[in-house]
Design a protein around this ligand. Structure first.
Ligand code: MTE
Ligand code: MO
Length: 504
């Protein structure tokens, strides 16, 4: 078993090193993880996101590694009986790794090399280790051979440890060399243009002083991250090329410099993920700087029937946005900055889409490189193929930030507070209900536009005992947030966020 696991480790570690040349997404674990993300049935993926939230990728990699360890141990056992089983087992893994790497979007022709070279090395390591082990086992179990058996065992352990060492060092060196290709320096060198249309000043009424309430503007470091990228794409702005094509009268191509030279708007927009559960935290508000998509699309001239804009990322992810939503006057943009700095790499550097009012999976393409004017009849985007709705307007929702579910508070006046959102319609009221009492109006904090969430707070005279708190919002359409519970799939969760608290 040790021999099997050590040879698998060598394969994965060397694979990382070879992937320095063949691209980070061709490294065996990353390639297989990426294929799993694209292939697993939707309910499994939804369950993973709800169980692990923004740590879904870590969980995937840990899970994949654990499975690999178990299978590698079994391969080791089988190879001890008959080495051909070991070769077959390793070849199978090599093939899976190679196939996964070759089928990643934009994979190079050499993408199979990390898995194949890693597997070849693993066969060699397994052979060597099993030979050493066999020699020990062949010695008769007598006091006369005790010393040579002990020496043989030590040799086996030393060689296995060397295998793990080679795996760690090559994996580490591989990752370190790959990191040298990263774009942090290019990002640091960017001078952001001034917006021709700056963001409105924040009213003094945002951020009421309530401990535990989300800040109106989410700091970049706290902003939720959701995407299918196991390796964060490193896109050099110097070589970034953007095009608008498909069903347009005049296709457009732009480089980063040309993009920065265009008139820019700066707006607060709250992004939300369709996978957000009621009460969940896959939502955040930021100040975005970017080029209005309406201007670019007007220049390109969408043809009749081009009712869907398909945007694509360098890593092949794509989504479809209604053309109308990008041209109806809302502040849809190609964003280059988030809260006053160039986009963080994991949030789409150098350029992403931001569209007020639509869930991220139909609008917020990070590392974006192209827009293709198409139609909903002609093309199903990434998540639509996996069962999610083609249209994803954000539903009116609200959340209690404080007190926390299951928390304890002291009897007397308690401030209940949270956020409510109905992007592009705007929140007009928030109400709180204690136990089976009446709905009571909460105080709304200020906001700069209907495209962001709104903080709210409510003074509650809490009596000792166990209590249930619920919240609901209303928006400018006159609709009150529905009580009906709906799962995130296929088009966003609904229901009232309800928590229980102990009052002492
Ligand atoms: N390239 C790329 N862009 C993407 C995604 C993705 O998987 N790949 N996920 C989308 C989804 S589902 C959401 S909710 C938002 C999240 O943006 P954030 O990570 O900056 O919060 O990005 C969108 N853009
Ligand atoms: Mo999302």
């Amino acid at each position: 078993m040790v021999a099997g696991v050590a040879s698998a480790a060598v394969a994965v570690g060397l694979g990382e090193l070879v992937a320095v040349w063949t691209g980070p997404r061709s490294a065996p674990l990353i390639a297989v993880g990426g294929a799993v993300i694209d292939l697993v049935p939707e309910p499994v993926k939804a369950a993973a996101i709800s169980a692990f939230g923004v740590y879904d990728k870590v969980a995937l990699l840990v899970g994949t590694s654990l499975l690999l360890v178990v299978f590698a141990a079994l391969v080791g056992l089988a190879a001890r009986r008959d080495f051909r089983w070991g070769v077959a087992g390793i070849m199978l893994f090599g093939l899976i790794g190679a196939a996964a790497a070759l089928t990643r979007p934009n994979a190079g022709a050499a993408a199979f090399l990390p898995a194949v070279l890693g597997a070849a090395a693993a066969v060699g390591v397994l052979h060597l280790l099993l030979e050493v082990a066999a020699r020990v086992e062949q010695l008769p179990d007598s006091p006369a051979t005790a010393a040579s058996r002990a020496a043989g065992r030590r040799r086996f352990l030393r060689l296995s440890a060397a295998g793990f060492g080679v795996a760690l060092v090559s994996g580490y060196v591989g990752r370190a060399l790959a990191a040298r290709k990263d774009v942090q320096q290019a990002r640091a060198a960017i001078t952001l243009p001034q917006p021709t249309s700056p963001a409105p000043a924040l009213p003094g009424t945002v951020n009421p002083p309530v401990a535990g309430l989300s800040e109106y503007v989410t700091p970049n470091g706290d902003f939720y991250r959701i995407d299918t990228a196991l390796i964060v794409p490193q896109v050099d702005p110097a070589t970034w090329q953007f095009r608008i094509h498909g069903r347009v009268a005049r296709p457009i191509t732009l480089n980063f410099e040309q993009l920065l030279a265009r008139p820019m708007i700066e707006r607060y927009v709250t992004l939300a993920c369709v996978s957000n559960e009621v009460g969940g935290d896959l939502i955040g508000n930021a100040r975005w700087l970017g080029v209005p998509l309406k201007d670019l699309l007007d220049e390109a001239g969408p043809l009749d029937g081009a009712d869907q804009v398909v945007s694509r990322s360098v890593d092949g992810w794509n989504c479809g946005t209604p053309t109308a939503a990008l041209r109806d006057g809302r502040d849809a943009m190609l964003a280059v900055a988030m809260n006053g700095e160039p986009l963080p790499v994991e949030h789409g550097f150098p350029v992403r889409m931001v569209v007020p009012g639509l869930y991220g999976y139909v609008s917020a393409t990070k590392w974006v490189t192209e827009l293709e004017l198409s139609s909903f009849a002609d093309f199903d985007a990434y998540w639509v193929r996996r069962g999610w709705a083609a249209q994803g307007p954000i539903k009116t929702e609200s959340r209690i930030d404080t007190p926390r579910e299951g928390g304890t508070v002291t009897a007397g006046m308690v401030t209940v507070a949270g956020v409510a959102w109905a992007q592009h319609r705007g929140v007009t009221a928030v109400e709180v209900r204690v136990d089976d009492g009446p709905w009571q109006p909460a105080d709304l904090a200020g906001t700069v536009s209907p495209d962001t969430w709104r903080q709210w707070s409510f003074r509650w005279d809490a009596a000792p005992g166990e209590h249930t708190l619920a919240v609901r919002a209303a928006d400018t359409s006159g609709q009150v947030q529905t009580e009906a519970r709906a799962d995130p799939a296929p088009d966003g969760a609904t229901g009232w966020h309800t928590i229980s608290v102990q009052v002492r």
